[in-house]
Design a protein around this ligand. Structure first.
Ligand SMILES: Nc1ncnc2c1ncn2[C@@H]1O[C@H](COP(=O)(O)OP(=O)(O)OP(=O)(O)O)[C@@H](O)[C@H]1O
Length: 847
């Protein structure tokens, strides 16, 4: 018997809560969590003391600086390690996160690249532990499935929606094994990186949406399941255990008014709440069972597992055969008092659920073990000269039967290892054979041969030979010069070696081999005088692919990210799988940012197409790219989309990728629709919002009596290399802007904007603004070999309006007038595009 373990975790205040000056109402003391009723929730002196609940674990993650701060690693050490322990002992395990929407369930279960949650850490831990145990004679077999329950329907997150109509799957009940999802794909995994890839793929397919409470709210319940089998011979007795690990990220419980939900979100909310209400009823009923009312109530108590898909599928984890942990996630803010209290009550109730986990022994192994035990018992009887039942001498002699079954089991286990290892799939008009085990492909030169043979290599020895079928070869080949026992291929823990037998002629990649030789991916093996085979090692190939991904494009640009928001020169390497940004650090190139393309969620084009903001699933993943030209922006975006969403015709038709971004940006009337692509990838812009921000900043720094806010009209906004003031030598990259009456330089931040953290500076900053009438003359230099044009703007009576130091924030701009100077001021500007320089010259000459 084991009680459900319950942990409570409080997250930091979010942006919304801070904006509303929320009070913290959660205190954690040891494993006791106290919630105080705030004035906002109608608190008064009397109940100010609040309510307290005690759990198995309490985690205060509300303040990173606090000494009591609990990290993702600590949660893994406390809860994840127990999941692994249970799995290796043969128990089922389940961890589910429950809590209000936006309270931190996904953060705790999945986390993000820089701060990984429980699921990726459990997967990593599983492989770490397997590697440590690999020296023992235990074999492991791991399969993974990942599903979501959205609006009470089950969808496979690891498969494109082609299986059944809309990709929806049915839940059925197996008489022996209980509820299961029909046709749910199971993926055999060989390595931690295989598992990570599946997680990323599944997450990309998950249904999320922005709600009032969470910008990226999970609208579905997601169940990531690892089916983990271990098999070994224990003193000649076969042993096999199968553990199912369910890692569940529930959708958030929510009040319709709190999230200001309507339409689709409201319907989702109703379904989410329906499952959670059923989960609550199940927990409640089980808790009643657990607190010692079994005798009176057990018979009468009905557990409503089947009232929702979620509880039906998790039946074994709730009051059944599993070691189960619930993580209740809460907000620290008084705003959410009622929801937090309800979560704490829910969690407290769950503590009373008692499960009865048992080691899940593989069916056939169990029968054999029981038979072996029977044999032992009978042998003992023999030794004691007690009359032995007839059975021992009959055909169904348990000893022979057990030996036969053991043999069969060993064979079957081997098969399960290779089952699913070879699969056929179609791609376009081609047929692809996927084989996860190391294998050989026959490169037959016989012109009349039309088939292709693939020989997979199981763990252990494989004897190859020809011509003499009686030699007991595992792989029988035909060809001149082949001996009966030609060579042995030995596969051990991912390494395959070839050992020639008795003077047989073997060549690997054209060199004669006489001793043991390790084979590597793609090796060409020649046996005898004509038999040629190609060796493939899928695991090694996948590692090599990772290391050696095909480079699709290189871009030298400037880049920034949240933790380092100043643009810096960067090399962007676009590969088939991700975008790598390298920068120089003390003379060495270092990876500044990495964005797997599967995780790419948003491409936002900056004002006039001068920058791009690429965002993955978290704010930390934001990469700001300063392209300084709309053509470069379009080129980069097209390249990324061509790799991540190939062949999508809507990409080329989108005005964002084909239109004039400058024109679209500076015209208040043009509204550019977002482009929504597969797996929730959005290509968008916020031209009008950015334009409004910029115009407001400009207007604040102009002479307000002369220009109305509505009269500020932007004519040009482009990147230039600028050197302002005659003395200064160094050029800096900035945005040049031109209005009817003014021109200026400003810097734009491509990273800024954060749902949870107040940005440290406004989108537009460091503004230097001049009246057009301040201009005395323009010197136009010849175009250089790159087509760039330099203009020297010569200004007299320089009056610094909105000088860099005078513009701390867009919201509170000031118009400090700098010292007048009798010296002329020179702005040396280099325009990348001569048309833009011409536009400036035309306008200023007219003035
Ligand atoms: N412990 C934490 N530390 C730092 N940030 C957190 C923590 N928990 C949550 N957050 C942040 O709060 C936001 C909401 O969290 P998350 O998406 O995990 O909530 P959720 O409970 O899964 O919401 P929903 O039910 O709507 O999917 C995210 O931006 C997340 O990064």
């Amino acid at each position: 018997m084991s009680s459900v373990r319950v942990a409570v975790r409080v997250r930091p205040l979010n942006k919304r809560e801070k904006k509303l000056s929320s009070q913290r109402i959660i205190q954690m003391n040891g494993n006791t969590v106290s919630i105080h009723k705030s004035s906002l929730a109608g608190g008064n002196e009397q109940n100010e003391k609040g309510k307290s609940f005690t759990y198995d674990f309490s985690y205060d993650s509300s303040d990173r600086q606090s000494p009591t701060f609990v990290s993702q690693e600590r949660i893994f050490q406390d809860l994840g390690c127990d999941v692994l322990k249970a799995a290796f002992e043969g128990f089922n395990a389940c961890v589910f996160a429950y809590g209000q929407t936006g309270s931190g369930k996904t953060h705790t279960m999945m986390g993000h690249e820089e701060d990984r949650g429980l699921i990726p850490r459990v997967c990593e831990g599983l492989y770490r532990e397997m590697a440590q145990r690999s020296k023992t004679d235990v074999s492991f077999h791991t399969e993974v499935s990942y599903l979501e329950i959205y609006n009470e329907r089950v969808q496979d997150l690891l498969k494109k929606k082609t299986l059944t109509e809309g990709g929806l799957l049915k839940v059925r009940e197996h008489p022996k094994h209980g509820p299961y999802v029909e046709n749910l794909s199971k993926h055999l995994v060989h390595s931690h990186s295989d598992m990570e890839e599946l997680i990323v793929l599944g997450n990309a397919h998950r249904t999320t949406a922005a709600t009032g409470m969470n910008d990226s709210s999970s609208r579905s319940h997601a169940i990531f399941t690892i089916m983990f089998t271990q098999a070994w011979l224990d003193a000649e007795l076969p042993r096999e255990t199968l553990s199912k690990i369910h890692l569940v990220d529930l959708a958030g419980s929510e009040k319709a008014d709190a999230t200001r939900t309507t339409g689709i979100r409201l319907k989702e909310g109703a379904n989410i709440n329906k499952s959670l209400v059923t989960l609550g009823s199940v927990i409640s009923a089980l808790a009643d069972l657990g607190v010692g009312e079994q005798s009176t109530k057990k018979q009468q108590l009905f557990i409503p597992y089947r009232n929702s898909v979620l509880t039906w599928l998790l039946r074994d984890s709730l009051g059944g055969n599993a070691v189960t942990t619930m993580i209740a996630t809460i907000s620290p803010a008084d705003l959410n008092y009622m929801e937090t209290l309800s979560t704490l009550r829910y969690a407290s109730r769950a503590k009373n659920i008692v499960n009865s986990p048992t080691v899940n022994e593989g069916g056939s192994a169990k029968v054999i073990r029981e038979l072996q035990a029977e044999v032992k018992r009978l042998q003992q009887l023999l030794e004691e000269r007690i009359q032995v039942p007839e059975m021992l001498n009959s055909n169904r002699n348990p000893l022979q039967y057990a030996v036969a079954l053991t043999k069969e089991w060993t064979g079957k286990w081997g098969e399960t290892q290779t089952e699913d290892a070879v699969a056929l799939r179609t791609e376009g008009s081609g047929l692809i054979i996927d084989c996860k085990l190391p294998h050989l492909i026959n490169l037959n030169e016989d012109l009349l041969s039309t088939g292709m043979i693939l020989y997979y290599l199981k763990e252990g020895r494989t004897l190859l030979g020809g011509n003499e079928p009686s030699s007991g070869q595992n792989i029988l080949l035909r060809g001149p010069g082949l001996l009966g026992e030609h060579c042995v291929l030995e596969s051990r823990a991912g390494t395959v070696t070839l050992l020639p037998q008795g003077g047989a002629l073997c060549l690997v990649n054209g060199s004669v081999v006489t001793d043991s030789c390790q084979l590597t991916q793609g090796a060409i093996i020649q046996l005898g005088r004509g038999t040629r085979l190609r060796f493939n090692h899928p695991a090694e190939a996948s590692q090599l692919r990772e290391k050696n991904q095909k480079i699709v494009g290189l871009h030298w640009l400037n880049a920034a990210k949240r933790s380092q928001p100043e643009p810096r020169p960067a090399l962007l390497i676009l590969t088939e799988a991700g975008l790598y940004t390298l920068t120089a650090d003390s003379g060495r190139l270092v990876v500044f940012h990495r964005l797997p393309l599967l995780r790419l969620k948003e491409i936002r084009i900056g004002l006039a197409g001068q920058s791009v903001r690429l965002m993955g699933t978290t704010e930390e993943s934001i990469l700001g790219v300063y392209t300084y030209s709309q053509s470069c922006t379009k080129e980069l975006c097209r390249a990324i989309l061509e790799v991540s969403r190939p062949g999508n015709s809507r990409v080329s038709q989108s005005p964002l990728l084909s239109g004039n971004l400058m024109k679209m940006s500076l015209d208040w009337q043009i509204s550019v629709p977002d482009l929504l692509l597969d797996a929730g990838l959005r290509v968008c812009c916020q031209f009008q919002k950015s334009l409004a921000d910029l115009v407001y900043l400009l207007h604040c720094n102009m002479d307000k009596t002369a220009v109305r806010l509505g009269g500020v009209q932007l004519l040009l906004y482009t990147s230039v290399a600028a050197c302002v003031n005659s003395g200064a030598q160094s050029e800096r990259l900035a945005q040049f802007l031109l209005t009817d009456t003014h021109f200026g330089l400003v810097r734009e931040d491509a990273v800024v904007e954060s749902a949870t953290v107040e940005p440290s500076r406004p989108r537009f900053h460091d503004l230097t603004l001049r009246r057009c009438s301040d201009l005395r003359c323009i010197l136009v230099h010849d175009e250089d070999e790159r087509g760039c044009v330099r203009l020297d703007l010569i200004l007299t009576n320089a009056r610094g309006r909105g000088h860099p130091e005078s513009v701390p924030k867009a919201a509170s701009p000031s118009a400090r007038v700098s010292d007048s100077s009798s010296l002329a001021e020179v702005w040396k500007l280099t325009f990348r595009c001569s048309a833009e320089a011409a536009c400036l010259i035309n306008h200023l000459s007219n003035v």
